[in-house]
Write a protein that binds this ligand. Sequence first.
Ligand SMILES: NC(=O)C1=CN([C@@H]2O[C@H](COP(=O)(O)OP(=O)(O)OC[C@H]3O[C@@H](n4cnc5c(N)ncnc54)[C@H](O)[C@@H]3O)[C@@H](O)[C@H]2O)C=CC1
Ligand SMILES: O=C(O)CCC(=O)C(=O)O
Length: 524
Amino acid sequence: MVRVLVSDAISEEGLAPLRTSAHIDIVQKNVSEAEDELHTFDALLVRSATKVTEELLAKMPKLKIVGRAGVGVDNIDVDAATKRGIVVINAPNGNTISAAEHTFAMMAALVRRIPQAHISVKSREWNRSAFVGNELFGKKLGIIGFGRIGSEVAKRARAFGMTVHVYDPFLTKERAEKLGVSIHSLDEVLAAADIITVHTPLTKETRGLLGTENLAKTKKGVYLINCARGGIIDEQALIPFLESGHVAGVALDVFEQEPPGDHPLLAFDNVIVTPHLGASTVEAQLNVATQVAEELLHFFEGQPVTSSINLPALSKDVYEKIQAFYHLGRKLGLIASQFMNIPVQELSVTYAGTVADLETTYITRSLLAGFLRPRVASTVNEVNAAMVAKERGITYGEKFSDETHGYANCISLTVHGENKTFTIKGTHVPNYGDRIVHFDGVTIDFAPEGHLLYIQHHDRPGMIGKVGNVLGAHNVNIATMQVGRQEAGGKAMMILSLDKPVDDAVLQALAQIDDIETVKRLEA
Ligand SMILES: NC(=O)C1=CN([C@@H]2O[C@H](COP(=O)(O)OP(=O)(O)OC[C@H]3O[C@@H](n4cnc5c(N)ncnc54)[C@H](O)[C@@H]3O)[C@@H](O)[C@H]2O)C=CC1
Ligand SMILES: O=C(O)CCC(=O)C(=O)O
């Protein structure tokens, strides 16, 4: 049974995909209510209220996936999750329209002073001259961060007759042209815009992006909007600009601390606020909950997840194509790691044939995870494999080649250790399975499955019989045996597949046989 903790308010209807599975048990409690059972959950579903910290993750040793029903994952310690091999997913576009519409509503409310006029009339006043606003028509809107929400805001701004000036270092000219906006430097946007709205994630680079220095570069009388994340506009830095009248008004849906408490900004008449409502529509909440619930379901059914923050995106089609190689990669890594049971500096993976045209990043991650598994005590999987390799000083790289050795596809792994290099090559044969076709300089053919025994010896008559006798004497049954050699009378090897793992006594007895150089157990 998969146990899912839903710790924030998430659309009940959106959770329906999870409820269709008899294998999923959903518990709706906040983290403190679930304190005593945190160690039992396999999945955690949150919005922004739950802070998924290192400390919380440490209390959830079974956790495999964290789902964020929304976009921003700044309430999740993604690095800590990655280190633990926990997949983090979000619902990247379920609330885009709601957030863009809310931004636009805030913009209109800000320049027409609607919240202030509303309070006035409700107070039984009728003071029309106090609420003269500005038109949006003909104004320059500066958008900082032109992703999903920024671009939806731009579409609406153009419909209102505004010109849109964008700053986004990752925006291409083609996309800007397609959406009828112009690309500028940050300084140009700050200097030109009548209204500035921010739509970036909160990162090291964007925290305090609109601070004292940049606010000073804005036009006198500028309006500012933050419906993205508290902290992108520096709240303390804003105060003198509001006091001097340099900033004509600010609309905030988000705050550095939520709730903001008795924040000095709340005292300004021209600061209008909402309590983080950008995504608070029935439609958005249904969308994000459904998206993240479906992804969770896919994850536990062994299907690919497409909106992971710490895994490369993978469509179902691509996943189906790479699945076999993913498995082969894992086995190549696992066997190589045991064979090269010494410190290793570098892994080099070469893809040839049909596999070279696929999403190899995923296969390499799987191979790396297979390689690291016998070497690390903690969980290692495709989520944290790259991080764990880096921590251990192991570098890795991918190459592509035409050399398939006669197979339709071939994955070759070369491991560089201290004074030793080892190469293993494998292929996947549809409807037959994985085969190892090259092992430490010798052409061979065996299935990388189960309890394997590697024996390297000199090519002499009678070796197979001698090995068979020793194993028989120890009551070890041989399921399959493959032999190969570099040249007649030279280096030769046997790979035996056994019904059970052998103990050290068997290895020692085999090593006593004349002409046997090396004996190793390999679990695949
Ligand atoms: N108020 C609310 O309830 C909601 C807030 N949000 C927030 O809105 C923000 C934007 O969301 P999306 O548009 O979906 O994200 P997105 O990922 O589609 O777009 C973000 C854009 O910011 C740009 N960017 C990143 N660093 C930048 C920098 N240093 N300077 C300028 N641009 C930079 C990226 O290139 C990207 O185009 C996020 O912070 C998200 O958490 C999202 C939904 C609801
Ligand atoms: O869950 C919410 O209401 C907040 C949405 C949000 O801020 C986001 O998706 O980034």
